[in-house]
Design a protein around this ligand. Structure first.
Ligand code: HEM
Length: 336
């Protein structure tokens, strides 16, 4: 495979229309789901905690990894928001995908999101599975149409999209502690001129068992307990794309082989020992806005799903802040 084909994006003609349709559908969905109450995120509305962390770049990275943010040793302050994916505030025992959204602060340089170029934040958004549910924006829009449509619409969609069922089946799991899960970006990003995916690997000596009996919010309780006892670490790693066909840019529903290209550590995430579970900190987390496009050009999001997220995250975040009468601003320190 020619080297030039690596990191190459191909934009399907219908993508812009599907993205606009998706944004409109998700806006109607949150209006329906949150009638009269706080306007929450469409995805990942249930937060287990937003916590203070350090993101410590590894010294002496090899040239192919020492790019952008990773070009030299540095330590950034960060806010990490742990969440459930489901659109409702359901009990934690339900099978689900979990989220880890990392926001670094004090990152110099112009960012890619239009209107927010001057912000000093760089976000990394990860989930507890290595495959996203759909191949592209058209398929994701179809999924949302089906899920918000009739029983017949759901039946037709799932009968014709077996891989969506397989990816969901693999991804929806029970977990005992959000800080003991491995997370992946599933979508690719530039690393200079190469493409990479991200993963955060927890450093765990003794994993927690699932609680029995399990309260509705045991994931938050596990975090409270663990951070009262000490710090938590993750290795933050990147996986280089080495083959354009078996490691596609335009299909995050396909995992890239870790045998062909293993994840390589580029930073340590150190979650500080802390008490985080206050009303004020919960409100702060609710009002944060994560997007893959809060990022340096050296780490530009790649592929159709990421291109759609540029439009949809901003639209939904602006709408919910407006409804909630909350100012929409990027944090610049651990103070809130
Ligand atoms: C076209 C595909 C996607 C759409 C339309 C979508 C939509 C959304 C929306 C609207 C939000 C809330 C934004 C806000 O109000 O601030 C969100 C949050 C989130 N999404 Fe996606 N998403 C997509 C793909 C993905 C992918 C591929 C991942 C994998 C990492 C992901 C992980 C997350 C996570 C973890 C959050 C919560 C961030 C936080 O803690 O605030 N999403 N998504």
């Amino acid at each position: 495979m020619a080297q030039e084909a690596l990191a190459r994006e191909v934009v399907p003609p219908e993508e812009a229309a599907c993205t606009a349709d998706l944004a409109a559908r998700l806006k109607s969905k949150i209006i329906r789901d949150n009638a009269g109450g706080l306007m929450r995120r469409d995805a990942h509305p249930k937060m287990h905690g937003v916590v203070k962390a350090e993101f410590i770049v590894e010294p002496d990275l090899p040239p192919e990894l020492a790019v952008g943010l990773f070009s030299g040793p540095a330590t950034y302050e960060a806010w990490i928001r742990f969440s459930n994916q489901n659109g409702t505030m359901q009990p934690d025992l339900n099978r689900d995908i979990r989220g880890m959204a990392i926001k670094l602060m004090g990152v110099p340089g112009l960012k890619l999101l239009e209107g927010e170029e001057q912000e000093q934040t760089q976000d990394f958004i990860l989930i507890s599975t290595n495959v996203f549910v759909t191949r592209d924006v058209k398929q994701f829009d179809g999924l949302i149409r089906a899920l918000t449509g009739s029983l017949w619409a759901k039946a037709v969609f799932f009968a014709t999209h077996w891989r969506v069922i397989r990816n969901l089946w693999r991804s929806m799991r029970r977990f005992a502690n959000p800080m003991q899960i491995r997370y992946w970006s599933t979508t690719p990003y530039l690393l200079g001129t190469r493409a990479v995916k991200y993963s955060a690997l927890p450093v765990v000596s003794q994993p927690d068992p699932l609680p029995d009996p399990a309260g509705d919010d045991f994931l938050r309780e596990a975090m409270v307990r663990q951070l009262a006892a000490g710090e938590v670490r993750f290795d933050f790693a990147v996986q280089l794309q080495t083959d354009a066909v078996s490691m596609p840019i335009e299909d995050p529903g396909t995992a890239w082989s870790e045998v062909a290209s293993p994840f390589r550590k580029v930073a340590t995430v150190r979650v500080l020992p802390q008490a985080f579970d206050s009303e004020a900190q919960r409100a702060f987390g609710e009002n944060l806005s994560y997007t893959p496009w809060h990022c340096l050009p050296a780490h530009r999001p790649l592929g159709g799903i990421n291109r759609a997220r540029k439009v949809v995250y901003r639209a939904i975040s602006m709408f919910r802040h407006e409804c909630n009468g909350a100012p929409r601003r990027e944090p610049s320190s651990w103070d809130f």
